[in-house]
Design a protein around this ligand. Sequence first.
Ligand code: NAP
Length: 293
Amino acid sequence: MMQSGNKTETLQNGIIVVTGTSTGIGNATAKELASRGFYVLAGIRREIDADAVCGKNIEPVILDITNEAHIANLVRRIKEDPEKRPLRALVNNAAIEINAPLEVLHLSEWRRQFEVNVFGQVAMIQALLPELFESRGTIVNISSIGGKAAMAGYGPYASTKFALEGLSDALHRELEPFGVRVIVIEPGGVVSPMSAQVRIKAEKITHEMTPEHRSRYGGLMHAMVSLAESYIKDAVPAEKAGQIIADTLLTKRPRARYTIGRDAAMVRFLNWTLPDRVLDKILSRSTQAHYPK
Ligand SMILES: NC(=O)c1ccc[n+]([C@@H]2O[C@H](COP(=O)([O-])OP(=O)(O)OC[C@H]3O[C@@H](n4cnc5c(N)ncnc54)[C@H](OP(=O)(O)O)[C@@H]3O)[C@@H](O)[C@H]2O)c1
């Protein structure tokens, strides 16, 4: 038996797959789950990242979630586990974030983001469901508060997370009769390379804009970076996010959704309670405050 706050559950030496564990939330979650006694198959895209996620109870596996052969190798690894451990959970964490006004971002970049953040997650779920049916396991989809409310300029990333939210709802309702749980995690700002790279990515996109696009959206791109950096100051450490994710996995009767961070809880509350037009005004005002003077 293991204790997690006031929650208790027998772990029975199970396997958990976590995707995207080279850095950030995935890295912290893999380590946290391993420290709580699970055997973690930790997805990384490059051998060189194995050192970042090695340790007791962690086995790094090469896993690009858009690569069918990698996913097939992972399924084989689980089926042929020498200790015949059941697959307890899949933590669908891997994602990329590219933000720009809809008009600006090239369609190929829209597609690439959906390929990882949506179709990659679907591919992982489809591949691992047979094992999860057997263990009556859990799927944890790492969404974002951006999957609930989309600020100006966040359309590409937010729409992948809205899609993940929608497919998670349907999946939860499809799998509940079979005892497989689906939990959605909605972080706000969490300290990670993803949040740290906002400025670099935004400057590259702004630099590549046509003069017309720049005159239309240059101010917005500046405001997006300034706003994101103001949130980073209060961001939750990745380790804390990993603990919260591990806690939800150990909860006997988890809720369908959990936010991480006060910013996420606040946006979720406003999104629930306010009419769209009022929310528009609030979000627009908070972006406007960050436009260059
Ligand atoms: N940080 C935040 O403020 C925040 C807020 C809300 C939601 N989230 C969500 O939390 C999750 C983790 O984000 P993070 O902040 O920890 O970002 P991160 O540090 O950038 O980690 C993203 C991970 O995904 C991996 N990845 C990217 N493309 C992949 C692919 N095709 N196949 C497999 N792995 C891939 C990356 O691997 P490489 O190193 O190989 O690129 C990396 O390990 C994401 O779903 C993100 O949307 C984060």
